[in-house]
Ligand binder design. Structure first.
Ligand code: AMP
Length: 174
């Protein structure tokens, strides 16, 4: 069988969504059942013996990868959402994006003290999204075991915002 290179399934889109940003488009990967499954399997591997209770991901593209990883780890899935989307009691955190600013909310009450959490997203860029998500998880009492990303844009040094915790990324662009 031919070797599968995941970076063959990520398309660079220059100047999207604004000039100067090279957008990593993961839709070609989603079109390939083999590449998509391979990505999910590889995101799971470093955490399969870590007794993860919940995978936590932010909308929107985190919702594509988070749930299948949660299922593979026999863990639950907890969404981080934009304001006004979660019906229960929430706490929130604002953060800077590579392009703009945003706020994320999480439901109170799902994560118990010492719940073991895997934070997961498609892209680690400046790290603002996952750093805000991690703050929310820790505020509600969770223990972050690590982070998993399909893509890390290491030239943006997002890892430095993740408090020295374990970071696993499948594709690294420097
Ligand atoms: P950041 O908070 O800067 O780490 O940005 C991470 C989030 O923004 C991820 O959820 C990505 O979906 C999205 N994102 C940021 N930069 C890019 C990029 N160059 N290509 C694709 N998605 C990106």
């Amino acid at each position: 069988m031919a070797t599968l290179y995941l970076n063959d399934f990520v398309r660079d889109v220059p100047d999207f969504p604004k000039p100067g940003i090279t957008f990593k488009d993961i839709t070609p990967l989603l079109l390939s059942p083999v590449a998509f499954k391979s990505a999910i399997d590889q995101l799971v591997v470093p955490y399969q013996d870590e007794k993860i209770d919940f995978v936590v991901s932010a909308e929107a593209r985190g919702f594509i990868f988070g749930p299948p990883v949660a299922m593979a780890l026999n863990a639950g899935f907890i969404p981080l959402r934009k304001p006004g989307k979660l019906p229960g009691e929430t706490i929130e955190e604002s953060y800077k994006l590579e392009y703009g600013t945003d706020t994320l909310q999480i439901h109170k009450g799902h994560i118990k003290p010492k719940s073991r959490i895997l934070m997961l997203d498609d892209v680690l860029a400046t790290g603002g999204t996952m750093a805000a998500g991690a703050k929310l998880v820790e505020k509600v009492g969770g223990t972050i075991i690590g982070f998993s990303f399909l893509i890390e844009l290491s030239f943006l040094a997002g890892k430095t915002k993740l408090d020295g915790k374990k970071v696993h990324s499948l594709l690294n662009y420097s």
